[in-house]
Write a protein that binds this ligand. Structure first.
Ligand SMILES: Nc1ncnc2c1ncn2[C@@H]1O[C@H](COP(=O)(O)OP(=O)(O)OP(=O)(O)O)[C@@H](O)[C@H]1O
Ligand SMILES: [Mg+2]
Length: 403
């Protein structure tokens, strides 16, 4: 089964393009057929898919309310305790009633056992898709960032940490009536999937989504992950918006995770002419030690306001020009082997090194090549294992030739 991301139309396996709008078709298909009832709502089409599950549009058959239904992959939800905690957290997030946080209003289990939650259906696109499509203006950037800061600040004030902040979870809603606004999605989902620390799934080969925005303490599966982990992820987003790339890029997820723990990020102004005050803010957000980061979203918001007020002209040069997002081209889709799951980075070195920034806009491949391969993958243990494998291979060949 294949489907069109644009209109949700379903096609047989051999089909390649949507006959309605000419868009390329995506694999995976719609396992919830249109018309399927999910709780009180009837599925109408597929909206998209992420690492953690699929999102469908639905409608209430009687009152016509339109909703989005996120169905989580069955392999990902660990246990009932996590489910209970997720429900509690969804309740707490709803209680905040913040205009920039998505409203989740139902939660349940499909007959096949998969968990789902129901939220408001938004028109628009994620910041990830927007960044990939076009450059965003200084005013837009300011508005979006202010709203993300406000949403996170409100959640943090209630002791709630997002744990999976990334452009894919920042939705730029463009309603038919009224102004564009931000909604932060997927609060608490990382905790549901990854456990209380928001660390990696312990299940063998479980996909973890993109590791580009994970804080060092999340990678190390520390128990004391707090709001400052979101501030780190926000720093990665700032880095990406203003330089056009994420700080750590590598086709191997494992290497990216390792870099979060051991490598200093490239200096933003070596990639684009990022003003010093903004550069300092980004680098402080990306500090390995949570104690060296800005301590609240409010602090970040105040700093950002100063940057936008005083350096608007410089920012126009930084943000103008081509669409900037090259992250997806740089990070391959791989799964994490069990050995690398939570805690594997505990023994990583505490000293960090600055990554080479690489040339600014030569495309993903050349940039990846300029990021030094350091950390776990280049450790002596790996080298020793490679040498041993080579020696065994040669011994095997000699043995066969002699026979
Ligand atoms: N409430 C919503 N209304 C409209 N579209 C939504 C809604 N929630 C999610 N989407 C869209 O559905 C698609 C899939 O979202 P999803 O959250 O599953 O993916 P993701 O954020 O890329 O990955 P992850 O699984 O790590 O969260 C994205 O394009 C997203 O923008
Ligand atoms: Mg998401």
């Amino acid at each position: 089964m294949r489907y069109c991301q644009q209109c949700g139309q379903l096609y047989a396996d051999g089909a390649t393009f949507c006959t309605q709008d000419g868009q390329p078709l995506h694999p995976g298909g719609l396992d919830l057929e249109p018309g399927t009832m999910v709780g009180e709502y009837q599925v109408t089409r597929k909206v998209g898919a992420g690492a953690m599950g699929d999102v469908f549009a639905g409608v209430h058959p009687v009152i016509g309310k339109r909703v989005a239904i996120k169905v989580l992959k069955e392999t990902l939800v660990a246990d009932q305790t996590m489910v209970q905690r997720f429900v509690q957290e969804a309740r707490a997030v709803n209680a905040i009633g913040h205009p920039n946080i998505i409203d989740v209003f139902a939660f349940g289990q499909l007959p096949d056992g998969r968990w789902y939650f129901v939220m408001e259906l938004l028109e628009g696109e994620s910041l990830e898709d927007l960044l990939a499509r076009r450059a965003i203006s200084v005013d837009e950037t300011r508005r979006y960032l202010e709203q993300v800061c406000a949403a996170l600040g409100a959640a943090h004030a209630e002791g709630i940490v997002h744990r999976d902040l990334k452009p894919g979870n920042i939705f730029i809603a463009t309603p038919r009536h009224g102004a564009t606004y931000v909604k932060v999605l997927d609060f608490g989902v990382a905790k549901l999937i990854r456990g209380a620390e928001g660390a990696l799934s312990l299940k063998t080969g479980a996909p973890i989504g993109t590791p580009c925005y994970m804080s060092p303490e999340q990678v190390r599966a520390r128990r004391d992950v707090d709001r400052r982990s979101d501030i780190y992820s926000f720093g990665v987003i700032l880095f990406e918006i203003f330089t056009g790339r994420v700080p750590f890029m590598h086709p191997s997820h494992f290497q990216v995770l390792s870099d979060h723990v051991t490598e200093l990020p490239p200096v933003p102004s070596s990639i684009r002419p990022v003003p010093p005050r903004l550069e300092s803010l980004i680098l402080r957000c990306l500090a390995k030690d949570p104690g060296s980061r800005p301590q609240s979203m409010r602090d970040v918001e105040v700093e950002l306001a100063l940057v936008f007020e005083n350096e608007a002209r410089e920012l126009r040069h930084v943000l103008g020009g081509e669409s900037t997002n090259r992250r997806m081209a740089a990070v391959g889709e791989v799964v994490v082997p069990q050995a690398s799951a939570s805690g594997a980075f505990e023994s990583a070195q505490s000293g960090a090194h600055h990554s080479s920034p690489g040339p600014p806009a030569e495309g993903a491949t050349s940039q990846v090549a300029t990021v030094p391969r350091r950390g776990l993958l280049s450790s002596p243990a790996w080298l020793a294992a490679l040498v041993l494998a080579g020696a065994l291979l040669i011994a095997g060949v000699i043995f066969l030739v002699r026979r």
